[in-house]
Write a protein that binds this ligand. Sequence first.
Ligand code: ZN
Length: 344
Amino acid sequence: MLTPAPELLLRLPKSELHVHLDGSLRPGTLLALAHERDVELPARSAADLADHMLVSDASSLEEYLQRFEVTLAVMQDADALERIAYELAEDHAAENVLYVEVRFCPALNTAKGLASSEAVEATLRGLARAKQDLGIQSGVIVCALRSHAPSRSLEMADLAVGYAPHGVCGFDLAGAEAGNPVADHIASFERASRAGVPITIHAGEGYGAESIRQAVEVGHARRIGHGTRLHEDRALMELIAARGIPLETCLTSNVQTRVVTSHGDHPARLYLDEGLTVCLGTDNRLMSGVTLTQEYEHARDELDLTWKELVAVARAGFEHAFVDPATRVELLRRFDQDVAAIES
Ligand SMILES: [Zn+2]
C-alpha cells in the first residue's frame, strides 16, 4: 500500500493541532455574519469572498496576517464565536478528524465590548455542542500575540490558566515573528508553565532558527508551531529530535508566506528523515484554502510520504495532543483500531 488513494486519506483518523479560529471561517458564514452585523466586506458572494480571502499574493507572514482584519470584524460577539467554533469542529468531523485544538487570541474579540473571558466561553460552548452532536473531541489554545505588549500576553496566560479546567488545553504565542522575540513575553510563559498549561509557540516561520531556540529554551515550548527554518541550525535540529519536540507543520501556509517556494520544497521530508516528529495542520482553512485531508495529499504527492509515514504523522497528532493521559490512551486506541480496519 505505497500510494494511498484519496479516500484513504479522508478515512484516515486524524488529529488537527494547528488551526486558527479566525482563519478558518466558512465563506458563507463570514458573509452571513457580516450581513447580520452590518459589516462591510471586500466581496459580495461566498465564492468571491473565498477567492479574496485565499492568500496567493503575500510576500511575507506580515502581509498574510492582514487578511485577519476581515474575519475579526465579524468575530466581536458571543453568538458569532459560538457558531464559528461549532462549524469548524463540524468541518473537521466531516473529514474524520477525531480531535481538534482550536486556537485564537481572545484579546482580538473585545473591540465591541465583549470580555476576553466571554470570547473563550462562547468558543468552548460551540465546541462542546459539536462534541455532543458529532462526537469530535477538542480543546482551545489561547494565543498571545508577539506584537502585543508583554502585559497583554500575561493577561492571555492568566485566561489560559483560568480556563484550563474548562476546556482550554494550551497557550501559544502567534503573530508577526520578526522583531518580536519570545524573550519579550517571558513572564506569560512562566505563568502558564508554572500552572501546568502546555505551551506551543509559533517559531521559525517569519524568522530563523534562533526563534525556535528561544521557544524551547525560554518559552518552555512542548511543541513548535511550524519550525520550518529549523534546518538552518543543525545542532538545534538534533536537540529538538532528541527531546521529541514535534513540529506542527502547515505546508500550504508556508508556501503562501514564502517560507518555502513550493510544497515539494518543504523541509518536512528532511525532518522526517532526520528522525524529527512532524504533525500536519492547516493553519487557516479559509486563508489557505485547504482541508486537513488535502494537506495529507500534498505530503503524499509532493513530499513522497508513504502510507506508513502518513499513518505515523497522523498518529503523532494524537501522541502530542494537549490532553490528559486517559484521553490520549482512548484516542490512540481508536486511531489504531480505525487504521487496522482501513488496512484490512
Ligand atoms: Zn499558525
